[in-house]
Design a protein. Sequence first.
Length: 185
Amino acid sequence: MQNNKTKIIYLIGKPGTGKYTIAQELAKAGFIICDNQLINNPIFTLLNYDGFAKIPSLAWDAIGRIRNAILDFLSLRSEGNYVLTNCLYEDEGDRKCYASVETMALKRGSLFIPVKLLIAEEEHLKRITEVSRRERWKSIDPAEVYSKEELIQVRHPNLVELEVTSLSPSQVLERILAHIKELES
């Protein structure tokens, strides 16, 4: 069965798990990237974020308004497949963020696929401390690896959880595309 419904993939994982790298692989398969840094960086740039500092609530409020404007735009644009990325924890604000992305997908009539990325501590530590992350105003703080904050619990029938420690980005792409194919059959 061929399904021409547009797709919204939502990559969720802690900083340094490879969300943007995987999004770049999905772009090769025709997805448009709406990375969380696209939303965050106007504010992070103005803060001259160093990858370690605590982000003030004033900044998160502004980032929320930017995110809402982007999601409103995507709600109105019914064509195109998108991949969004975010680090979401189990708290009220992140639950609202998740719900707003899911609602956007519903308004578009898109197939919504949340993808939760998991990683082993040792590999996570290697990835998060890579200096190249600083170029995109990303956290490079190894404390993120040891944070006990729990990633958001997602209960969606299209959810796929992937342990990415030893997978290449192209292998993750293959698994996501196979999951979509299964959902569409």
